[in-house]
Write a protein that binds this ligand. Sequence first.
Ligand SMILES: [Zn+2]
Length: 176
Amino acid sequence: MADNDAVVKETKTKPASRYERGTRSYTMSRIRGKDTSIETLVRSYLFRRGLRFRKNDRRYPGHPDVVLPKYHAIVFVNGCFWHAHEGCPKRSIPKSNVEFWTAKLARNRERDARQQATLRDDGWNVIVVWECELGRAVREERLERLYGQIVGGGADVGTDAAGMDAVGTDAAGSAG
Ligand SMILES: [Zn+2]
């Protein structure tokens, strides 16, 4: 997964209001190039709803943001850029190094698909929450639905599943 490291600086960082600097999870998420605030948002909500979970469990493909063994549920909180959210306005290719970014983001997307398939094969209910689903106006509804998906076992692969069959499988060797 080290391929995210080199380009962390490229991410647009938001004001650090929602996470605690210096904590392990803060450091981990910086290393992974993810937006801590959206992960924290989801975790805080689930915790308030009484759910208990493991974070960034490295035993599982993709190091899921939230693992809930009791419900056999795994939640990924995905930034729309890094995970190439299909059809999403937040997903834009940088204007320089277009070829590099196109290939890289496609690889990220393929890797996500493989990892999620593996987890599903192992019996996990894999739920993806996208960054754009956590905007202020829509967040409450999404989080409410997420809770239902976890305790009720309803799977949700997000809003981009339709594009998956167009994804090639020739990058399988890069599964880190
Ligand atoms: Zn999105």
